[in-house]
Ligand binder design. Structure first.
Ligand code: LMR
Length: 399
């Protein structure tokens, strides 16, 4: 029998936590697991601009007929201008093409399928640690996957020497996955000087950079967050950029993202896009309308766009103050511990410094849920729960 032979798959390391959290009857429970933004009351709101865009679409839309396979060209153009900035898009140094995807994961999957077809012998190098799904996506596409050192646990930050040394030895033709900002899971980003070294190494070594840019706007701001990415793109002939509106437009379940090809010429970008269309056709047939239309509306309408950037900045500010409040709370409880590393981290996530045994203890004893490795979603810290969470983390540190 077909299904009888299948072992039951383990729960997903991140999304499985949400199910376990929901089933937990304890009143004090706190969910610092999955990366979704929450407001101070614990809601993951629909952005006001998204609601307004949806109302406009309800009035304006006249058909649900199929979209072009890779999405509307104007969607692609608007997305890459947001992701890469006008100056890069207009400087003519590269050919650019963008395909709509099923969220950031779908964008990574499109890139993985392109690699499988046109560079099947390439190894994809992932930072240690990285988002758990990266390995599954690339090895699931049949590509060899290896790791390069990124976060130095003892230093609680990136070790630039180890990183530069490792990246310099990766062969030409291989692929290097880089988190453009708000590194998931650690929150430890590269500063401008380290990005410059990465850019020089990429240019010299000849590997292909593949950026995961899922958190634009949550680090230092929508424009500032693309600085590292651009320093690499300006140094290399080619790259792939996976982006997502799950977080910065709160469109999680609408699954809206994009894969942008940065190619040596317009003709090469168009060839790449033609191959992406074949991949999309096999996976999803063609682009999904609703989420893509919302994102396009918000990006293209000047009023909605300005309001969106304000809402995005408000989310970022809440994350920054939440991080500061966590550090204050922990310092008050464990004064001899240096928590400054938490303040250096960017975006939704933090490696809070707990080991796996402490993470399991917190979940079992305190109903505080976080991802293995000690990743917490700072955007899931609610002011009302902060004292309890800080007490619990302090108790776990003493374990
Ligand atoms: C996360 O890392 O929590 C998010 O990116 C959600 C996911 O799909 O894992």
């Amino acid at each position: 029998m077909f299904f009888d032979e299948m072992p039951v798959a383990p729960a997903d390391a991140i999304l499985g936590l949400t199910a376990a959290f929901k089933a937990d009857p304890r009143a004090t429970k706190a969910n610092l697991g999955v990366g979704v933004f929450m407001d101070e009351t614990g809601r993951t709101p629909i952005l006001d601009v998204v609601k307004r865009a949806e109302r406009m679409l309800l009035d304006e839309e006249t058909s649900k007929t199929y979209l072009p396979i890779a999405g509307l060209p104007e969607f692609g153009e608007a997305v890459r201008r947001f992701v890469l900035g006008d100056a890069f898009c207009d400087d003519g140094a590269h050919g650019l093409a963008t395909a709509q995807s099923l969220g950031g994961t779908g964008a990574l999957q499109l890139g993985a399928q392109l690699l499988r077809r046109f560079r099947p012998g390439a190894t994809v190098w992932l930072p240690t640690p990285t988002w758990g799904n990266h390995r599954a996506i690339f090895s699931g596409a049949g590509l060899a996957v290896r790791d390069y050192p990124y976060y130095a646990t003892d230093l609680r930050r990136v070790d630039p020497e180890a990183l530069a040394e490792a990246l310099a030895t990766i062969p030409a033709g291989d692929v290097v996955l880089l988190h453009a900002c708000c590194h998931n899971p650690t929150g430890a980003d590269l500063d401008a000087a380290i990005w410059a070294r990465v850019a020089a190494t990429a240019a010299q070594a000849g590997w292909l950079p593949f950026f995961d840019f899922a958190y634009q706007g949550f680090g230092d701001g929508a424009e500032a967050d693309r600085a590292g990415l651009l320093s690499v793109l300006r140094a290399v002939p080619e790259a792939l950029v996976a982006s997502s509106f799950s977080k910065n437009m709160g469109l999680y379940s609408e699954r809206v993202g994009a894969l942008t090809l940065v190619a040596g010429s317009a003709a090469a970008a168009e060839a790449g896009l033609s191959q992406l269309r074949r991949v999309v056709r096999e996976i999803a047939s063609n682009a999904q309308r609703h989420g893509g239309s919302i994102a396009l509306k918000v990006l293209a309408d000047p009023v909605l766009r300005a309001d969106w950037l304000r809402e995005l900045e408000a989310m970022r500010t809440r994350i920054v103050s939440s991080r500061a409040a966590l550090v204050d709370g922990l310092r008050a409880r464990v004064p001899d511990h240096d928590f400054s590393y938490l303040l250096r981290q960017k975006g939704m996530f933090s490696y809070c410094g707990l080991n796996d045994a402490q993470v399991a203890w917190l979940r079992e004893q305190k109903a505080v849920y976080m991802v293995k490795g000690g990743r917490i979603n700072v955007a899931g810290l609610l002011p009302g729960q902060l004292p309890y969470v800080c007490d619990s983390i302090a108790a776990a540190l003493a374990q």
